[in-house]
Design a protein around this ligand. Structure first.
Ligand SMILES: Cc1ncc(COP(=O)(O)O)c(C=O)c1O
Length: 299
C-alpha cells in the first residue's frame, strides 16, 4: 500500500473579476482573484486539499488541525466528501459554522489559537491522525497548493501583470504564489506586495487593541516570515501596513463599486492596493492583481 497515489480531490479554479468600477475611481488596472469562489468560500480550500493529500499519502485515517475558522471549514467539507475523519480545534471565540458528524468533530475549548495548536498536537499523538496545523512539512505542501493561484492568473492575464497584492497572516499564501512566479518563464516578474496589519512582525507594532475580526492576520512570529521578506526583495515589492479603519473603508468601497462582499482579512489587500494606487506605485496600463482570499459577487 505504500506509495498509493492520492485520489484526485476536487479541482478548484477560481475566476478573475475585472474591477472596472474601482479602476475608474483610482486610475489603475485592477483585477481580483476570486478565491471566495471555492466550495467553502476561501482560499483555505486549497490548503485543506493539500492537507488531505498528505494524510492519504501517509495512510492516516484522518486529520487534526487547529484553526481560527476558514481552514477548519474547508477541512470539514473535504472530510465529509472523502469519508475521512477530521478533528478540529477552534479557539472558544470562533464563530465558524461547522456541523459535528460521525466524521467531523469540532472542539471549542481553547482560550486562544495557540492553545488550540497545543490541543491539536496532543490529540494527534493520541489518535494517530495527521496533525495538519500549518507547520513544517504540511506548510510546504500547502505552499505548493497555493502555486496554482499564480498558475491560473498567469494563464489568464499573460504578460499583463504589474503587481500582485496578497493578504498576509503566516505568509504561506504569498510564498506559494511567489514560488510559482519564480518558476514561471512566460511572464515578466510582477512586484509582490504583502498586505497586513500591525501586530504581525512583518508589518510592525500593533497600534490599537487586538481585534478578533483581524485574527487571521496577526502572528507575532509569522511562520513564513523569511519567505515573505525574500519574495518582496526579489520582486521589488514591499510590505504595506494597513490601518483597521482603512480596511473597513476598502471593504465598503468594494461592496459599493463591485458588488462584492468579503471578510475583513481579505479586504486588507484591497486597502493596500488603493494606498499603492494613491501613491502612484501601480500602473494604469497593466494590471494589479488583488488576491481576494474570500468574497463573492452579490447575487
Ligand atoms: C481569509 C484569509 N485571508 C488571508 C489569510 C492569511 O493567509 P496566510 O496565513 O497564508 O498568510 C487567512 C489566514 O487565515 C485568511 O483566513
Amino acid at each position: 500500500m505504500v506509495g498509493r497515489p492520492p485520489p484526485l480531490l476536487i479541482p478548484v479554479e477560481t475566476p478573475v473579476h475585472h474591477a472596472t468600477g474601482l479602476e475608474e475611481r483610482v486610475g489603475i488596472g485592477l483585477v481580483l482573484k476570486m478565491e471566495g469562489a471555492s466550495p467553502t468560500g476561501t482560499h483555505k480550500f486549497r490548503a485543506a486539499q493539500a492537507a488531505f493529500r498528505e494524510a492519504i499519502r501517509m495512510q492516516a485515517p484522518g486529520v487534526v488541525a487547529a484553526s481560527c475558522g476558514s481552514y477548519a471549514v474547508a477541512l470539514a467539507w473535504i472530510a465529509e466528501r472523502l469519508g475521512m475523519h477530521a478533528q478540529l480545534m477552534l479557539p472558544e471565540y470562533s464563530d465558524a459554522l461547522i456541523r459535528d458528524s460521525d466524521l467531523v468533530r469540532v472542539f471549542r475549548r481553547a482560550p486562544t489559537y495557540e492553545d488550540a495548536v497545543s490541543d491539536a498536537r496532543a490529540e494527534a499523538r493520541r489518535s494517530g491522525f495527521l496533525d495538519v496545523t500549518p507547520h513544517d512539512k504540511v506548510r510546504a505542501s500547502i505552499r505548493r497548493a497555493y502555486r496554482d493561484v499564480w498558475m491560473e492568473l498567469s494563464a489568464e492575464l499573460r504578460r499583463n501583470t504589474d503587481a500582485v497584492v496578497v493578504p498576509v497572516g503566516n505568509g504561506t499564501t504569498l510564498c506559494g504564489i511567489y514560488e510559482a512566479v519564480a518558476l514561471d518563464r512566460t511572464v515578466d516578474l510582477p512586484r509582490i506586495y504583502a498586505a497586513g496589519v500591525g501586530g504581525n512582525a512583518i508589518f510592525g507594532e500593533l497600534e490599537s487593541k487586538r481585534d478578533l475580526a483581524f485574527e487571521a492576520l496577526y502572528g507575532v512570529q509569522p511562520l513564513d516570515e523569511a519567505g515573505v521578506r525574500d519574495a518582496l526583495a526579489a520582486t521589488g515589492g514591499a510590505a504595506v501596513k494597513c490601518h483597521p479603519e482603512a480596511i473597513l473603508d476598502a471593504r465598503i468601497e468594494l461592496q459599493g463599486t463591485e458588488g462584492i462582499d468579503c471578510y475583513l482579512p481579505s479586504a486588507v489587500a484591497v486597502a493596500a492596493a488603493l494606498w499603492l494606487a494613491e501613491k502612484g506605485r501601480l500602473s494604469a496600463r497593466r494590471k494589479a492583481v488583488v488576491v481576494l482570499t474570500s468574497g463573492n459577487e452579490r447575487a
